[in-house]
Design a protein around this ligand. Structure first.
Ligand code: IMP
Length: 188
């Protein structure tokens, strides 16, 4: 019989939690939401931010926990907004990002999922989806969904129904889930 595990997902973003819950269910992992707004460190490395978030989240909830940090990297902008994606979304938004891009529209979404438990040695897993930035916002979704077109498609994340099968979040969570389930089964 397939084992089932329960984990805490610490975030202030319910959209991320909903998507992560749907994705991890396929791997036999159920998620509980823990509302958590970390004081984000200023770093140009998404991995560093995620690791620090995981330690802080564990210190608060005292249960095995995962957190996520995401960056949208636009090639012709030298990787901007990258680790500043959240601030840039809140300030200039999707239309602001579009207006900055004059040439190559290639972009990449990076998700880092970090896991932490009582050992306090966080482990990070990354997922990347390549794509491009649309010339105007299209479709629904949340955050940058209306402007990100995954490679091989001609529609934005906000216009497709299978985002959770191809997204940066899916890829990072798949890496995490394979590691976590193996580790749980081996009793370590
Ligand atoms: P965060 O710092 O990890 O919360 O994410 C950085 C920015 O990317 C925030 O503005 C999020 O709304 C946005 N973001 C993260 N994941 C996604 C996604 O799957 N679709 C669209 N926007 C996202």
């Amino acid at each position: 019989m397939r084992q089932s595990f329960e984990l805490v997902f610490a975030s202030s973003n319910k959209n991320k939690y909903k998507e992560a819950g749907q994705i991890l269910r396929q791997f036999g992992i159920r998620l509980k939401f823990y509302n958590f707004s970390p004081t984000e460190i200023q770093s140009d490395l998404i991995h560093k931010i995620a690791i620090k978030k995981a330690l802080d989240a564990y210190a608060r909830c005292k249960k095995p926990v995962i957190v996520e940090d995401v960056g949208l990297f636009v090639k012709s902008l030298g990787g901007f907004p990258g680790p500043y994606s959240s601030y840039v979304y809140k300030t200039i938004g999707n239309r602001g990002v579009i207006s900055l891009i004059k040439r190559n529209r290639s972009a990449q979404f990076l998700s880092v999922i970090a896991y932490c438990d009582h050992k306090k040695r966080p482990v990070a897993f990354e997922g990347i989806t390549n794509g491009s930035i649309s010339t105007k916002p299209k479709g629904g979704g949340w955050g940058y969904d209306p402007i990100f077109i995954p490679k091989g498609r001609n529609k934005t994340y906000g216009q497709i129904s299978d985002k959770n099968q191809i997204s940066h979040r899916y890829r990072a969570l798949e890496n995490f889930a394979r590691w976590y389930c193996r580790r749980q089964s081996s009793g370590r």
